[in-house]
Design a protein. Sequence first.
Length: 273
Amino acid sequence: MPAAARPGATLSQDIGLRPPAPFSRASTFGALFVLATICISQAAPVGTAGAARAPDIFLLSPMNGSTVNTTTVELKWTGQDPDGDPLAFVLEFTGGAGYNLTRRTGARNWTVELLDRMVCTWRVIASDGSSNVTSPWSNFTVRVNRPPVIHSVPVLEAKPGKAYVYQVVATDPDSDALRYFLTEMPGGMGIARGGRVLWVPSAGQAGKAFRVVLTVGDGELEERQEFMIKVGKAQTPAAEENPAPWIAAGLGVVLVVGIAVVWVLWKGKRGRG
């Protein structure tokens, strides 16, 4: 039989149980934090953590605002997807009448044949299958520059004291304005704006050869012409400028004629006497 209950004793004391200890403040805060985390995760939309991210697209070349020196232009771009999805691209290009195109491609470049002096605009759209990203428009200019061509053949001989003249004849395939320069020349030689080489060799330059290098440029490209000019020897005054031999010969003729006239007059006077 169980013992009789003692006056003032509780049921828990009677059956050997102790009342639970009160919760500490730290454990209470921890429990509330776990409960709040569970509530937030349950309230979040399903699939937010695994949502697909949009791809990135970058145009590489030609650079925006650049000028290309060829009519065969390769458009290059790159792109990547943060989720590692494969990308497809749509190229939109305009270069004037007849050069408007839209191309779908999986590559990251496209080559186009263009005309000189053309202004072109292009952009690329990247797609990962669920979202699209479009690059800004980029523009470039096609301007092919070819060097000038010299057609004239230089004069290779000069005489001391005489004017040397050589007119350079050159053209530019792109119709650019030409400029003429002498980068190596003998003393006293110069070149006019229109390509006219002028020189008067001095007596000290007689009998010598001089190297001449002239350049024709369009502001970017140049054409060179190199040649040697040989200056003749100075002529002696007796051979060209000294009049003494001619004067002596003339005086001789006058003297002979005078003697003949005197002889005739003398003979005629003697015959009358």
